[in-house]
Ligand binder design. Structure first.
Ligand SMILES: [Zn+2]
Length: 422
């Protein structure tokens, strides 16, 4: 049975000498590059990539026709800050260890499915405690074993001992070595770890530049990795044609990470105006997760998450939203990332309404999760727009999300690589 299924997939992927073609009919299509709506366009997808975008006419011979004329069609969404390869947040800090690798992998498969069905056809997974669990999940999706979004993965966190990328607060020796792989003490150490992560299949690096809300004994405002440690990893990443992104809440840690050469800053909750100006001057993207603070407050309180987490969440939520507003006004590069895993996977689109409330136009919010997110990932030849040459990844929404952004929370159809998956 399994051999048969895999063989069928292989035939499908290879095309068996015959191209697989889909033809998607649309009446309203959001052109995110130009920031406008175009009408009566039809999209031809051949062997996964878009080969034509033109006024609707007769479908190509043998094409699967998908009639999406009753919807608004837009590119598959991208979330730059997910944790789909991990077990998710709960009140029990020991939970990621108790679950073990096999259970964690199954949970990851479900998370991947839920994320794809919500219209997120690409994600950047910015950290798993169990080193390379994310690589395995990405590869399983790419091999067609399980449904899921296209993934770019970090391998694990690069963090100082006891830092924001560690599981803290447990007895000495409780955390197994494979869940402390990215712990570094010097710039040389950091560079070496970075090399090992790329050798193991990481696509980019995730640095923990400050303390974290959801890590015991660390403070979001406090710098952690030094500028030199971060610079050492950035150089390794660049040598691999890649980049590093930094988790950073505190103003000093944010500026140190930017000076060290990172491509993006995650959270940026306590960024100051100098930090915003520096990010803008250097073209560094801020990925500000402005939704999940409400989720942590509501569910974390109900479920009894550690009091320290709830306190730090309150200390970062409102100020992050204020600074997001300022960033929009200043024209700082902002891209879409939500920290899924803190809240249940599949609810990612809830963040759009927050971004619009905080000053973005609906078109800007959509661009931040398509065109711009693809640029941050260095994947804008592949994803982020419905354009010739890119993967045939797109979603259908009932009604007009430019008038009501919350419609993105109810995706009606999903196509990934030309295949209708929802
Ligand atoms: Zn995160």
């Amino acid at each position: 049975m399994i051999r048969g299924a895999l063989a069928a997939f292989a035939l499908c992927a290879a095309g068996a000498g015959q191209a697989q073609t889909s033809y998607v009919q649309t009446s309203r299509l959001i052109d995110v590059a130009a920031g406008r709506v175009v009408t009566n366009q039809c999209i031809t997808i051949t062997d996964g990539r878009i080969t034509a975008l033109a006024r609707c006419a007769t479908p190509p011979n043998g094409a699967q026709v998908i009639d999406w004329r009753g919807f608004t069609v837009l590119p598959g969404l991208i979330d730059l800050h997910t944790h789909i390869a991990d077990v998710g947040q709960s009140a029990d800090i020991d939970d990621p260890i108790k679950k073990g690798p096999a259970e964690t992998a199954f949970i990851g498969a479900k998370n991947a499915h839920d994320t794809l069905m919500a219209g997120f056809t690409t994600v950047r997974d910015v950290g798993t405690f169990r080193v390379f669990g994310d690589v395995k999940l990405r590869d399983a999706i790419n091999a067609g074993l399980i449904p899921g979004p296209r993934m770019a993965v970090a391998g694990t966190y690069i963090t100082i001992p006891g830092g924001g990328g560690e599981i803290n607060g447990l007895p000495e020796g409780r955390v197994p070595p494979e869940m402390r792989f990215g712990v570094v003490r010097t710039p040389d150490d950091a560079a070496q770890k970075a090399e090992t992560l790329f050798a193991g299949g990481a696509d980019f690096l995730k640095l923990i530049a400050t303390g974290a809300v959801l890590a015991i004994g660390t403070e979001p405002g406090q710098p952690e990795l030094t500028e030199d440690q971060m610079r050492a990893t950035v150089q390794v990443a660049q040598a691999h044609g890649s980049y590093a992104t930094a988790h950073a809440h505190g103003a000093e840690g944010i500026k140190a990470a930017i000076r060290a050469g990172v491509r993006s800053i995650e959270h940026a909750s306590l960024v100051d105006v100098d930090g915003l100006a520096l990010a803008k001057a250097k073209g560094v993207w801020l990925v500000m997760d402005v939704y999940n603070g409400d989720y942590i407050e509501a569910v974390g309180t109900k479920e009894g998450w550690p009091a320290e987490y709830l306190r730090k969440n309150r200390e970062t939520t409102d100020i992050q939203r204020e600074m997001f507003k300022k960033a929009v006004a200043m024209g700082v590069p902002l891209a879409f990332g939500t920290d899924s895993g803190v809240y249940p996977h599949g609810l990612n689109a809830r963040q759009f309404a927050y971004m619009v409330k905080l000053g973005m136009t609906p078109m800007q919010a959509i661009q931040s999760a398509t065109r711009d997110a693809a640029i941050v990932m260095m994947r804008d030849k592949d994803v982020g727009a419905i354009a010739v040459g890119r993967y045939g990844d797109m979603i259908a929404v009932k009604g007009d999300p430019l008038a009501d952004i919350r419609l993105l929370e109810q995706v009606a159809g999903v196509i990934k690589g030309g295949t209708l998956v929802r």
